[in-house]
Design a protein around this ligand. Structure first.
Ligand code: G
Ligand code: G
Ligand code: MN
Ligand code: NA
Length: 254
């Protein structure tokens, strides 16, 4: 209960921070985008991982407020980078199922973008496979409105959930992110290689790009590159880093 009220306070006072993890081009390691990952520097407990506080937020009905707070932080970071003349790569923000179930989400996002003078094409949104399960016209409309803001959408943790493939083709996703559990044992595990190849084939058939998550070794990078995986993310390239570090990476690209 104490943690819950502290979290509510942190959200209200914009004390949640965001780390950014680069997403790179397989052939040359160039950064093409980054993923925003929320962090909480708790006054007593120190840096907390989302695994430790997303459940608290969920049980307290705080997921929407937390999501908006992350979006604000990302917009603030981007507008400061812009002021410094740094072109920041596109940022992918994770949306919770609570957020995508809210039909007002696109309007809320538009309001915050307007407030910071940013456009939707500077952002992407990641939605987990589980958040889009079940059939809902309203979910489809919400996702379409996000695309109309100019933002691309990715399916996160793909392969771990239960989204029906027939539904996938009706939803406006442009990327699939292969869950890192399938990447971990590549290229040694024949089953994981087969699963990854079938996801690559599926995505190609649907005209979607594929991101492999959790790439930690040169062997994984090489195999995924040879199989035509479009983008890579993982500790091999960089762990999630504070904004200043990300900007120093991005600045080198100019
Ligand atoms: O580094 P990592 O510990 O950041 O993230 C752990 C989990 O928390 C991941 O599943 C990630 O998708 C999720 N997560 C991180 N940041 C956010 C966020 O801003 N919103 C939501 N809904 N989930 C997030
Ligand atoms: O569920 P989502 O894909 O949004 O989660 C991102 C999570 O994956 C974050 O907790 C991030 O810190 C973690 N992560 C990113 N790269 C790697 C990696 O190479 N190895 C492992 N084990 N975790 C990673
Ligand atoms: Mn993600
Ligand atoms: Na993921």
């Amino acid at each position: 209960f104490v943690l819950e009220s502290e979290l509510r306070h942190a959200i209200q006072h914009n004390q949640l921070e965001v780390y950014y993890q680069p997403i790179v081009e397989p052939h040359n390691g160039e950064i093409v985008s980054n993923e925003a990952l929320v962090r909480w520097n708790h006054p007593v407990r120190g840096w907390m991982s989302p695994i430790e506080f997303l459940d608290v937020a969920r049980n307290a009905g705080l997921m929407q407020d937390l999501g908006m707070s992350v979006l604000r932080r990302v917009c603030k970071d981007r507008s400061e980078a812009k002021r410094q003349g740094i072109v920041m790569s596109t940022t992918a923000i994770n949306l919770s199922s609570e957020q995508v179930m809210d039909a007002r989400l696109p309007l809320r996002i538009q309001d915050i973008l307007d407030e910071y003078g940013l456009s939707g094409d500077q952002l992407e949104f990641e939605v987990t496979e589980d958040a889009i399960k079940g059939d809902s016209k309203s979910l489809q409309a919400t996702l379409n409105e996000l695309v109309n803001l100019g933002s691309r959408l990715s399916i996160d943790d793909f392969g771990t959930g239960y989204s029906s493939l027939s539904r996938l083709k009706h939803l406006p996703f442009s990327k699939l992110k292969i869950d890192r559990s399938f990447i971990r044992e590549i290229p040694g595990d024949a089953d994981d290689c087969a699963i990854t190849l079938s996801i690559l084939g599926l995505a190609r058939g649907l005209g979607m790009r594929v991101v492999a998550e959790g790439v930690e070794t040169e062997e994984q990078r090489q195999w995924l590159t040879e199989q035509g995986c479009d983008l890579l993310q993982g500790y091999l390239f960089s762990k999630p880093v504070p904004i200043a570090t990300l900007l120093s990476y991005d600045d080198q690209l100019r």
